[in-house]
Design a protein around this ligand. Structure first.
Ligand code: FE2
Ligand code: FE2
Length: 191
């Protein structure tokens, strides 16, 4: 993560502005970056690519800073319009990064734009499927889902790593099986 920030000085300002806006999204972003970097290394990516992946993962939810606190932290069910606004965070993120973050690596945009896409085509915003979802999008998608499941939220408790993985593994067809295997192997090495 240090290398990501050294390569890309703007990343720290974006990350810290997110910290000031919504503390959960900030810690979630740091977690997703660490997990994604771990998967990227396990997948044998070159150092420069791991840095780009880490930068994209660190800022994958930067678009949430364009969503009101009420909607972001709403405890009850979201209505259709609120859900549409939440889903729009991926496009807001791209807009923020293209406007204010000139050095943001082009390859890292897939982490921002595609982390909610599913290989089955059931994700959002574009319902992409299979090979249309790029490697950084696939990796960040696994890390994103795992961190959300293992963290306590106003509407759910923190699930154990084992239970979270069993939920993810059940969604066969949504996640890249090879990357998922690498991810589980990586988690198995945690002391
Ligand atoms: Fe997201
Ligand atoms: Fe996320």
């Amino acid at each position: 993560m240090i290398d990501c920030i050294l390569e890309n000085n703007d990343a720290i300002y974006d990350l810290l502005s997110l910290r000031g806006y919504d503390y959960y999204t900030y810690t979630h972003s740091v977690n997703v970056a660490a997990l994604s970097i771990g998967i990227g290394i396990a997948a044998g990516l070159k150092t420069g690519d791991v840095e780009k992946l880490g930068t994209g993962a660190m800022l994958h939810d930067i678009g949430k800073s364009a969503i009101s606190h009420e909607i972001l932290n709403k405890q009850g069910k979201l209505d259709e319009n609120e859900y549409r606004m939440i889903k729009n965070h991926v496009f807001e993120g791209e807009k923020i990064l293209r406007t204010y973050h000139r050095e943001f690596p082009e390859e890292a945009f897939s982490a921002v734009l595609q982390h909610h896409e599913k290989l089955s085509g059931k994700g959002y915003p574009l319902r992409l499927s299979g090979p249309d979802i790029k490697l950084f999008g696939r990796i960040t998608g696994i890390a994103d889902c795992y961190d959300a499941l293992t963290t306590q939220r106003p509407y759910k408790p923190a699930f154990t790593p084992f239970y979270a993985l069993s939920i993810i593994a059940k969604e066969t067809g949504d996640y890249d099986p090879e990357l998922l295997r690498m991810f589980i192997r990586m988690l198995g090495k945690i002391k």
